[in-house]
Design a protein around this ligand. Structure first.
Ligand code: ADP
Length: 262
């Protein structure tokens, strides 16, 4: 739809003129006096597609919280769109897609109502203009959910529900899409299409930050991998990650690379 195309083009232009989306410099953080992540220096630029991998408990979610300013570093500096991350308050620029499991707690509202929420940061408590509705419809169209617009989100498959949440992020005209294991619980047939959607949004200029346990999805789709286990074991192009021994070092075994168990 034209409204969506326009906003994507604007986003690409805006992205090319801004500094880093996320920057962490020498960051250390712990919930107690023991750090759970340390020595973290990462810069993510507009338009990148970055996956964060690492064993359970390695600090992936904590890293995401630091990046989004939900927790503050004990040491070092975290910036989001050039501002101290904890002070950043333009929620419309960030689309967050959680695990499918947590979506089940969503209220029983329709897909269109979910996507409409993406416009709230722009219109406040005011009514949506016809332009806002065109953006909502465009977002539904982009994720292939137009036919399900009036269905309740509780009546969708996992993959459809995740598309609805991506559409909400598109409607808010987010520049950064953060996804925390988005395909957990999503039926296997829908996973490929879900990642193709992410790929095409990224080609349109959206920065994608993906926490993902499915390493084959990561190696197929992300262009950069950050491999974490308390510290950064690897940060670089996906092709180099596959050739490196970072995964074996971070996990303590290479057995999980292709989803095998020991
Ligand atoms: P991952 O996402 O890689 O599984 P987390 O960032 O969730 O890792 O956790 C890293 C470490 O921090 C773990 O040891 C976990 O137990 C601990 N942790 C996570 N959240 C909290 C919290 N809210 N309070 C205390 N400890 C936490």
């Amino acid at each position: 739809m034209s409204a969506q195309k326009t906003s994507t083009a604007e986003r690409t232009r805006a992205a090319s003129t801004t500094a880093s989306v996320i920057e962490l410099s020498d960051v250390e953080f712990g919930y107690t006096s023991t750090p759970v992540v340390e020595d973290i220096s990462i810069q993510i630029d507009p338009g990148e597609y970055v996956a964060v991998v690492g064993p359970n408990g390695s600090g992936k979610s904590t890293l995401m919280r630091l990046m989004l300013g939900l927790v503050r570093p004990d040491d070092g500096v975290a910036t989001l769109f050039g501002e101290p991350a904890h002070k950043f308050d333009d929620g419309s620029r960030i689309g967050y897609v959680a695990q499918h499991a947590s979506a089940s707690k969503e209220m029983p509202i329709t897909v269109r109502e979910v996507v409409k929420m993406g416009r709230f940061p722009h219109v406040g408590y005011g009514r949506l203009s016809s332009e806002d509705w065109a953006i909502v419809d465009g977002a539904l169209d982009t994720v292939g959910m137009t036919a399900f617009a009036d269905r309740r989100v509780t009546q969708l498959s996992g993959g459809q529900r995740q598309r609805a949440f991506i559409a909400r992020a598109l409607a808010s005209e987010a520049d950064l899409l953060v996804l925390d294991e988005p395909t957990v619980g999503v039926d296997i047939e829908s996973v490929g299409a879900f990642y193709e959607l992410l790929d095409s949004l990224n080609r349109g200029g959206i920065t994608v930050l993906l926490i993902e346990h499915d390493l084959s999805a990561v190696t197929e789709h992300a262009e950069r991998v950050i491999c974490l286990n308390r510290e950064v074991y690897f940060d670089g192009p996906t092709g180099k990650f596959v050739e490196s021994d970072a995964l074996a070092r971070a996990f303590g075994t290479a057995a999980n690379l292709l989803g095998e168990s020991r």
